[in-house]
Design a protein. Structure first.
Length: 237
């Protein structure tokens, strides 16, 4: 079983120290939500650099996290414009599990969305807290939009609703920033994340993607899934 939890936003220049705080909060929340994945509520993470060897990030060691971000910046001449890229894997996962977190953040690109993407591979039958995972991403990163999705949903949205990769969407769960939430049609159920946006728990994961397709079409037609204007000049709609 595979699930992808994502948040996307536009240009938002941030310091390494600010990014460290967001990354630290994210990894701590994920560890608490995915205790079965690592067999512990305080697992370590391992960086996956483009070149060279990775480093171990232990709970609460923000200095190592800051250094990993600085190393990533030094390896990428375009990091100031495009954002700092960092990828980490859960160290020593339980059998059948894999958790990867990849982020591109802190930059001021005009055409490339900033992002935080969590990919979870779990044994069949495992229960994943999709809504809480997306809430963790939303509260740590204040994105413009996001979703908890899988290949089944993506294929259905492409085939049945004309979805194009790279544009806002919803999955089994969706997230909308306040400006997008203001465009949600009446009657849509949402859970407010104070100061962050709205979480839409659309349908339980499974073979029936029809509720997700219907929700996507209703939100798209209401303008809640309009892409950010390009060239982008702000992080959220």
């Amino acid at each position: 079983m595979r699930r992808v939890v994502r948040g996307f936003w536009g240009p938002r220049p941030e310091s390494v120290e600010a990014l460290t705080g967001r990354w630290s909060a994210t990894l701590a929340r994920l560890a608490g939500l995915l205790t079965d994945a690592g067999g512990s509520d305080q697992p370590a993470w391992r960086t996956v650099p483009v070149t060279g060897s990775g480093r171990t990030l232990r709970p609460g060691d923000d200095a190592a996290l800051t250094e990993a971000l600085r190393t990533a910046q030094a390896a990428d001449d375009w990091s100031a414009a495009n954002g700092t890229s960092l990828r980490v894997l859960l160290a020593d996962p339980a059998p059948g599990w894999k958790v990867e977190v990849a982020g591109l953040a802190g930059g001021r690109p005009e055409f490339l969305l900033q992002s935080l993407i969590v990919t979870v591979v779990a044994p069949d039958g495992a229960r994943l807290p999709d809504a809480e995972l997306l809430a963790a991403v939303a509260e740590a990163w204040q994105p413009d939009h996001g979703d908890a999705t899988d290949r089944t949903v993506t294929a259905a949205l492409k085939k049945e609703a004309g979805f194009k990769v790279g544009t806002p969407a919803v999955g089994w769960v969706g997230f909308l920033s306040p400006g997008r939430a203001d465009r949600v049609p009446d009657g849509s159920d949402g859970r407010e994340l104070p100061g962050v946006g709205v979480l839409l728990d659309i349908a339980p994961p499974g073979d029936d993607t029809a509720p997700v397709v219907r929700a996507y079409e209703a939100l798209r037609d209401a303008g809640a899934l309009d892409p950010l204007p390009q060239p982008m000049d702000r992080p959220v709609l």
